[in-house]
Design a protein around this ligand. Structure first.
Ligand code: GLU
Length: 289
């Protein structure tokens, strides 16, 4: 199977920028004969009712999907199995560092600021016993390299930093990078279309995928929607959701046309979709006053 996907986090309503990314993911999948899967990334920050509204809004602008909806909250066994496989390969270690400790530690050579400095990588079993009394452990990947290169349809070759990413948080919840990579691999997703705010995550995710025996998907990181000041569009920018826009007299069909216009497309017919002609610049959205 070949498939693309959209993977919203149900933390609130989707705004026009999110809907636009969803429509692009759908167009990329449908225009290449792929299935299109919908995955709810509900391991974190779930707002009651958000999932239903997100799905209704995606449907309203003409997005459909194949097969049953997948929710990350129902897939704990898959994430645990992936961690067990990495652990069997000696690629997992416990980390007891707080955010503050990581922030304050001198950064390792060649690593960008914010990369994990490796504090807990080589503790002895005795040291681990002591540290475990302070704080529950997160599980980190023992990464075997410092950078990894991916190819993106819009960005070309992208070299990105790989550090000892968190696999399981210290509250036991699988980390975003682990869940995404396991799900994309297990669901047979070979095309990942998403906002370009996640471009820097792609190299480490592709590396993790390779460790788990999954092929690297085709990546397409699309430009985001921005507000008038050039910042990433957000709810506080005004009328940006389908619900808000309806109050200003714009129905779902109008918003769909607005999104298609912003992409230089006259229709959402996958047969007419040509990625080479997509705008490479972010979309500046001015909410109706
Ligand atoms: N759930 C993530 C989000 O809503 C997307 C993750 C992904 O596409 O890899 O931003």
């Amino acid at each position: 199977m070949t498939a693309g996907r959209f993977a919203p986090s149900p933390s609130g309503d989707l705004h026009v920028g999110n809907l636009r990314t969803g429509l692009l993911a759908w167009l990329f999948a449908r225009s290449t004969g792929r299935d299109f899967l919908m995955r709810i990334e509900d391991l974190d920050r779930v707002r009651p009712g958000a999932e239903e509204r997100q799905l209704a809004d995606l449907r309203a602008i003409g997005i459909d999907w194949d097969g049953p909806l997948v929710r990350q909250s129902g897939r704990a066994a898959l994430y645990a199995d992936a961690v067990a496989r990495l652990r069997a390969d000696g690629l997992v270690y416990e980390c007891y560092c707080s955010r503050k400790e990581i922030h304050e530690a001198p950064s390792a050579p060649h690593h960008p600021p914010g990369a994990y400095p490796g504090t807990c990588r080589d503790l002895t079993e005795v040291e681990r016993g002591v540290r475990r009394q302070d704080r529950p452990a997160a599980l980190r990947l023992r990464a075997g390299l410092e950078t990894h290169t991916i190819t993106d349809v819009l960005h070309g070759r992208v070299v990105g930093a790989v550090d000892d990413i968190v696999l399981v948080r210290n509250d036991g919840v699988p980390a975003y990078n682990l869940a995404v990579v396991v799900d994309d691999g297990e669901q047979g997703i070979d095309q990942v279309v998403r906002g370009d705010d996640l471009l820097s995550s792609a190299p480490r995710q592709a590396y993790l995928a390779s460790l788990l025996g999954h092929p690297e998907p085709t990546y397409v990181h699309v430009p985001l929607a921005l507000n008038e000041t050039g910042k990433r569009l957000a709810k506080r920018d005004g009328a940006v959701t389908l619900g808000d826009l309806a109050e200003h007299g714009l129905d779902a069909g109008d918003v769909r046309r607005l999104i298609l216009d912003s992409l230089g497309l006259s229709s959402a017919d996958p047969a007419d979709f040509d990625p080479a002609r997509l705008p490479r610049e972010p979309w500046v959205f001015r909410p109706p006053a």
